[in-house]
Design a protein around this ligand. Structure first.
Ligand SMILES: *[C@@H]1O[C@H](CO)[C@@H](O)[C@H](O)[C@H]1NC(C)=O
Ligand SMILES: *[C@@H]1O[C@H](CO)[C@@H](O)[C@H](O)[C@H]1NC(C)=O
Ligand SMILES: *[C@@H]1O[C@H](CO)[C@@H](O)[C@H](O)[C@H]1NC(C)=O
Ligand SMILES: *[C@@H]1O[C@H](CO)[C@@H](O)[C@H](O)[C@H]1NC(C)=O
Ligand SMILES: *[C@@H]1O[C@H](CO)[C@@H](O)[C@H](O)[C@H]1NC(C)=O
Ligand SMILES: *[C@@H]1O[C@H](CO)[C@@H](O)[C@H](O)[C@H]1NC(C)=O
Ligand SMILES: *[C@@H]1O[C@H](CO)[C@@H](O)[C@H](O)[C@H]1NC(C)=O
Length: 456
């Protein structure tokens, strides 16, 4: 062998290793960052135990019945609720009580704060919305039970919030439909044990809030009810949803713009469209979502599993997401990133910008896929997805072979990856990690591949 050739070959190898080493180093950094992505589940200091029943001396009961509520499901209890709220809100340590065993018919209402300290909203009975779209108060479109400007409030009980949405589901999507329960512009909120069902549109919206803990909540709507997201988080930080069961006609959980530090733990979803980040970037808008963790979930017969969806033309980014310990049963698109989301009758043209997606980890995800594409990373040609990390994935198709689809997606895997996701390692479509000479880059890539397929 020509000596000069050998020397230059060695030089090439060393460069290649150095580059590969760098890639590995970067990858570890990302793993570290994602490992650290944990959110305290209980803000113990934020909430004192609401033992309002057993507590002597502390709590003042404000029962809606004492303000004239009838609770027969027919009489209009709106005014009684509004009066009781005003009293409750202005009384320290009060309990706004909706007693068990009755159905209260209540119109769209804004329950506004700020309120006196230590308010508890105890929902043990059922609150129902009027079911006739023509009777809806035109002054209060888009909302039904809307709580705002609260601080340190606990919502709890075994009661039901029922949006009576069936006539709305059948009506035109151009109608302004209402979300059942909204908590907005509030902080240090705890929601425990409630059932929210049959909303006209989204069931439970958390908007512009900080420090929210939701546990043991159930959401239930028919699988074919349109736009009935289970829990929708927008503009909110430091939110933990846990031990909740959601079955609905749209996303079980959706997380959109300006949300960060969101943790979901022990979630059941089905029927529904899965757990989604997005949609983001509609009408060229800017969206930022960071630090989202889903840990331990079962998705059964949903149309998507874990999804990130963005429109062409948007800007901003989704960064730092971990989906782990997820079991999929007959899910149509178990793992999906869709940067060509287009929920419109017209086809959406591809644009030069998109919401950037990076540092997304999928770990210990297993089960069955309904479609062939068990994993789909459909990223924008101009804004590729980067640092997608797969670790121990096993998704099978009962009658056939599962596949992974990639477009402009870069990442790596550790442990068992089934179906294999080699397409993540390709740097075609103008996306080159290493801008050395071509053969040099190829060599680095092969070394990179070896590292990629080793257990870390
Ligand atoms: C409740 O308080 C608000 C604000 O003070 C007031 O506008 C409203 O009329 C009150 N509602 C009732 C039913 O007392
Ligand atoms: C509740 O809505 C019904 C139907 O629109 C209306 O007749 C009634 O006055 C409303 N109640 C209150 C307290 O506004
Ligand atoms: C929907 O609400 C908006 C205001 O929020 C209003 O301008 C529009 O007319 C409403 N549309 C319908 C169909 O009621
Ligand atoms: C996204 O959130 C930011 C920060 O709150 C806000 O300024 C912006 O208007 C939001 N964009 C959309 C499309 O809502
Ligand atoms: C988004 O931007 C593109 C390119 O500038 C433009 O063609 C399109 O009309 C814009 N869309 C909207 C909804 O503003
Ligand atoms: C993987 O996820 C499944 C489903 O949530 C869970 O039962 C299992 O314990 C997880 N395995 C590990 C090693 O964490
Ligand atoms: C947008 O780009 C993607 C990826 O290159 C391609 O599959 C898709 O057909 C394009 N869509 C349109 C409407 O041109």
């Amino acid at each position: 062998m020509n000596k000069l050739f050998l020397v230059s070959f060695l030089g090439l190898l060393i460069t290649a290793y150095a580059v590969a080493g760098n890639m590995l180093y970067d990858n570890f950094n990302i793993l570290g960052e994602l490992e650290d992505l944990d959110i305290a589940e209980e803000g113990a200091e934020l909430f004192e135990d609401p033992f309002w029943i057993s507590e002597r001396g502390g709590k003042v009961l404000v029962n809606v019945d004492s303000f004239g509520a009838v609770g027969d499901g027919v009489s209009d209890d709106t005014e009684a609720f509004r009066k009781a709220w005003n009293t409750s809100c202005s009384t320290p340590k009060s309990v706004f009580l909706i007693p068990p065993g009755r159905r209260y018919l209540v119109n769209a209402t804004k329950f506004q704060g700020p309120c006196a300290d230590r308010l508890v909203v105890q929902i043990d009975g059922t609150i129902v919305a009027p079911d006739e779209p023509n009777d809806w108060d035109p002054m209060l479109p888009r909302l039904w039970l809307d709580f705002s400007k609260l601080k340190g409030v606990v919502f709890q009980g075994n009661g039901v919030i029922d949006g009576s949405g069936s006539k709305w589901w059948a009506s035109s999507c151009k109608k302004n439909k209402s979300n059942a329960l909204t908590i907005e512009s509030s902080s240090s909120i705890k929601v425990k044990g409630l059932t929210i069902q049959n909303s006209q549109q989204m069931n439970f919206v958390i908007s512009r809030c900080d420090s929210v803990r939701v546990s043991e909540v159930q959401v239930s709507c028919p699988g074919d009810s349109p736009n009935t997201d289970g829990i929708h988080i927008t503009g909110s930080t430091n939110v933990v949803l846990q031990d909740s069961k959601i079955g609905t006609g749209d996303d079980c959980i959706s997380i959109v713009n300006a949300s960060s530090a969101i943790k979901m733990k022990r979630i059941y979803c089905g029927p529904g469209h899965g757990v989604s980040i997005g949609s983001l970037g509609k009408d060229n808008s800017t969206a930022i979502v960071t630090k989202v963790v889903l840990d331990t979930a079962l998705l059964r017969e949903t149309t998507n599993g874990v999804r990130i969806k963005t429109w062409q033309g948007g800007s901003g980014y989704v960064r730092g997401v971990r989906f782990e310990n997820v079991r999929m049963e007959d899910v149509a698109n178990p793992i999906i990133i869709d940067q060509f989301y287009c929920d419109s009758p017209k086809t959406c043209q591809n644009q030069t910008s998109a919401v950037q997606i990076s540092q997304i980890m999928y770990r210990n995800i297993s089960g069955t896929t309904k479609s062939k594409e068990a994993m789909k990373f459909a990223c924008s040609d101009t804004t590729p997805c980067s640092n997608i990390v797969l670790s121990n994935i096993n998704l099978e198709k009962k009658d056939g072979t599962a596949e992974t689809y990639c477009n402009s997606a870069q990442g790596f895997g550790t442990g068992v990856i089934n179906p294999s996701a080699d397409c993540l390692n390709s740097h075609d479509k103008g996306y080159i990690l290493i801008d050395h000479k071509e053969n040099n880059a190829e060599l680095a890539e092969r070394i990179g591949d070896r590292i990629t397929h080793t257990e870390l």
